[in-house]
Design a protein around this ligand. Sequence first.
Ligand SMILES: Cc1ncc(COP(=O)(O)O)c(C=O)c1O
Length: 410
Amino acid sequence: MTAPTRVPVTTRSSAELIRAEEPVLAHNYHPLPVVVARAEGTWVEDVEGRRYLDMLAGYSALNFGHRHPALIEAAHRQLDRLTLTSRAFHNDKLAEFAERLAELTGLDMVLPMNTGAEAVESGIKVARKWAYEVKGVPDGEATIVVAAENFHGRTTTIVSFSTDETARQGFGPFTPGFRIVPYNDLAALEAAVDETTAAVLIEPIQGEAGVVIPDEGYLTGVRELSRRKGCLFIADEIQSGLGRTGRTLAVEHESVVPDVLLLGKALGGGIVPVSAVVARRDVLGVLRPGEHGSTFGGNPLAAAVGTAVVELLETGEFQRRATELGVVLRDGLAALVGKGVAGFRARGLWAGVDIDPAIGTGREIGERLMREGVLVKDTHGSTIRLAPPLTITAEELGSALGTLEKVLGR
Ligand SMILES: Cc1ncc(COP(=O)(O)O)c(C=O)c1O
């Protein structure tokens, strides 16, 4: 069989495309200077045909790799039949998506949305409504307790309870009703939760903060405290969930089931934005027609891809790979401590690596890795995050770690 002729995707070079963006694209990102034109599995290719190992996986939106065949097939099949109805009508894909997602997560009901931030916003609305209607909090007085160094998205309400001044500066006035306590501190949480508290909202592992893993017992403690004090436990698993840590959900490491689960990123298989609030019936049941919605939320294309994602997770293969290869990642990083790595935190195929500041900033290391064909992204100055597709092989992972060792040694 002859290989298909490769049609160039653009006539402009990477440098020309980067220059072309400058006057016409908002400058809200500082990307690495690589222009991706194609991708397959763990690998991406730039405009000039240079190949890179993707060790970021779209901030965990690409847990199954680029263009996973089962997901692409599900999307193609759906594209040929029905793409959008709006929720004004039913569509024939949504029931199965909700049934299987609820089953996978051990919860009852699904509120489909699109982006992660929308799922967080929706979770906040649901928790407040639950507080007024079920818990009996006086109208307008509901509070939500969150953790310092959180990252839950970029909307006005969400940045209202961020502790990152860059995310907040210039965007006020902010939404009231949030209390911030230190992460991984059950005593502080205990003191902050009172009769007005609708929910405790936390990331089971703080991704953007640098893959910060709480002490063993913290998630169990949050679960116990929320139950005892009569508020909801909302787990934002938008980055930590769907196989990344070696379990379907990061809360499973402590066998904890939250009242409300927020999912996004990998739920869309790297193809379409799909997010969801998944909760018990007595919680999500507070929503009635007209009180919340989204034109695209639960569209048939999203539901078809989301169902195919759930099917992949049902096999357990990706969770198993994350666990097994997580050992390779952890061992590889442990060997670099003192050789340019100041410290690291890892769970499954997810690691925050603190670079010795004497060697370079996270950004500089990211640029050096890029020149050697490995893509990562820095977070918080001197930390880089490793989150490859869960389809990565042991050889590819070993090669990425070898490249890290090489660039740290310069
Ligand atoms: C834990 C968490 N919540 C929410 C979000 C926001 O998701 P999105 O960028 O899709 O709005 C992110 C994105 O990084 C995240 O990591």
